[in-house]
Design a protein around this ligand. Sequence first.
Ligand code: PXG
Length: 464
Amino acid sequence: MTLTNIAPTAELQALDAAHHMHPFTANGALGQKGARIIVRAEGVRLTDSEGAELIDGMAGLWCVNIGYGRHELAEVAARQMRELPYYNTFFQTSHVPALQLAARLAELAPGDLNHVFFAGSGSEANDTNLRMVRHYWALKGQPQRHIVIARKNGYHGSTMGGGSLGGMAAMHAQGGLPIPGIVHIDQPYWWGEGGDMTPEAFGLARARALEEKILELGAENVAAFIAEPVQGAGGVIIPPESYWPEIQRIVDKYGILLIADEVITGFGRTGHWFACEGYGIRPHIITIAKGLSSGYQPIGGSIVCDEVARTIAQDEFNHGYTYSGHPVAAAVALENLRIMDEEGIIDRVRHETAPYLAQAWGSLADHPLVGEAVSRGLMASLALTPDKASRARFASEPGTVGYICREYSFGNNLVMRHVGDRMIIAPPLVITPADIDELVARARKTLDQTWAHLQREGMLKAAA
Ligand code: PXG
């Protein structure tokens, strides 16, 4: 018996269309078409209500790092629900799952990131970070240090704080974002914005945009810089190697706090527990969610360094969520971390599957539609282009070609997303080389179909 596959697909779709408001979706149009209904999953594969099996190239929404079907997590959740399904961590109480998870995260996180403030999601965690860094500076006697610098095309969540820290123009266009005190600098997206510069020179230039912004605002007014080590929702944009060392130099020089948003890059995605380790970044706060529990339970948080945590501890921090450190979510996260560690899943990514994907995915660069095919760990992207040599954009509205390509991909039973005209994947970390071969073969077939479609429709034109 399955709990969800209880009626014919059309009936489920009609109920969905009538009552369910989907995130980041034009719900009217989806209602006409009908959502694809996923009923179960195992390993790296999903099954829909029609019985079709898809390779989940996105690990759900960048989160099912450990893969689907790990019954140990279900058992831990059931046990925890029987024993203590809920208690809060406000008002001078604690419970074992939350304190154990905090201690484990302190062990795993680099440097002196030894303290954890829990949230229910990455968005909430970034809202926490925004309030925490401003309160930190207030406690340091510098309340005017309240501006947080973030990046265009960064993603930090969908709450008022998270959406404001993010630099998504389409999000800022709705609902009165960004809130005050947040400014955005340009992103290190060489393929799309690097012009004639080498990637290294461009990486330095985009890092120095941070220094220019700090000087323009006055360092004494800047609380923090927040960024994803590798931009995920922005299109898996991997910065040139010159970028992060220069950012680190700048935040050190001006004494501003560095927040690394590792909601996607954390917990093995790049072949390290945290991407910061691979890039040699030393953040004061790391944002976590997603892979922390492999998506089996909603949980996020902020891992905070000694200095910031000590300072915040001087006073009551008037902030917290009902589900901060939720015992079931924390117990599941602990079990997830245990399995990742004991099964050497991250080592396998670093030494086996990430190099394998780099080669297999990289081979798509020979396709006429592909301007670049890049990866870091197990996150990868393709830039679609009508002309490789000039790194041209399509004449069509950005995202038109990406959407066509995504539709073919779904048709080929591969979940591959588009961000504008970039195609992206981030499969479960348990994907095998054989699965990667299959994924890449479906991606190539998808590219062939998209190419033929664009030719047929006369859409292989570059923007002027
Ligand atoms: N930071 C980063 C770097 C993220 O990728 C969040 C914060 C927010 O986490 P929550 O748990 O509040 O969603 C995210 C989330 C997409 C997509 O379309 C990506 C995310 C969420 C929804 C959609 O790629 N990332």
